[in-house]
Design a binder for this molecule. Structure first.
Ligand code: SF4
Length: 239
């Protein structure tokens, strides 16, 4: 592990492909890529393909995703010939939630929203990551205030001993778009309709010019520190 961390430190912090290659070589089938088919994840999937490497790809089907996300996922599956391991919430938990609190309880309070994210995202992700020693995400520092402090390699606070690798930490949104255009990477068409960050359909809206990238997520909530769903706990009120 020490050698891996030293290797990462010798790499150009902007060279996401080299980070990916080093991570996959180190962990082999014990590393997982988690993607919601947003821009960063799509760039990373294309890089893995260009590196001619294999990696387990998981995605969470919360049951509330936009149609455009499924269309994008299907394009990716066909383009790269990969198997996407869709992970679903436990149906008993979803049934209980909507039976007791209705279909839109997440709008009523931050606690209720976290409960829904916990059932539809956090628990399924934890299940999907069981046994993994590392997972790769498309998170970047410039996405929001809550992500300014993230590093290329971090301990996963939800599982001692597991690492979270963020090869795109130092990339900007324009750089992602440049990569997507140059490499003809399939992307979620909601980006063409003003969306900057895409999650569940009922909890995501398009953004206005100059808004924070994650402003369209749970837009009825404030302040900024609530713009995380618990998949990427960053400390304090980060869930
Ligand atoms: S984003 Fe909204 S619908 Fe999706 S899991 Fe979280 S609260 Fe539930």
């Amino acid at each position: 592990m020490k050698a891996f961390l030293q290797k990462i430190q010798t790499l150009d912090p902007h060279d996401a492909a080299a980070m990916l290659a080093a991570t996959i070589d180190q962990f082999e089938d014990r590393v997982v890529m988690a993607t919601s088919f947003q821009l960063g994840g799509l760039v990373l999937l294309d890089m893995v393909h260009q590196l001619n490497k294999n990696i387990r790809v998981i995605s969470l089907d919360t049951g509330r995703l936009p149609e455009e996300t499924y269309q994008c996922a299907e394009q990716v599956r066909l383009r790269y010939g990969i198997t996407v391991e869709w992970v679903f919430p436990r149906h008993e938990a979803v049934e209980k939630l909507i039976r007791e609190k209705g279909m839109y309880s997440f709008r009523e309070s931050v606690a209720n929203r976290k409960e829904c994210c916990g059932i539809r995202k956090v628990e399924p992700l934890a299940r999907a990551l069981e046994g993994a020693e590392a997972w790769i995400t498309g998170r970047r520092m410039d996405q929001s205030e809550t992500r300014r402090e993230i590093n290329i390699v971090e301990d996963d606070p939800s599982q001692p001993g597991r690492l979270k690798v963020n090869p795109l930490v130092h990339w900007s949104k324009p750089e992602l778009w440049e990569y997507v255009k140059q490499n003809n990477v399939p992307y979620n068409r909601l980006y063409d309709k003003g969306y900057l960050s895409i999650g569940c359909e009922c909890c995501t809206r398009p953004c206005q010019e100059g808004e924070d990238e994650r402003a369209g997520r749970w837009w009825w909530e404030a302040p900024q520190e609530h713009k995380e769903c618990g998949l990427h706990f960053t400390g304090g009120e980060g869930i």
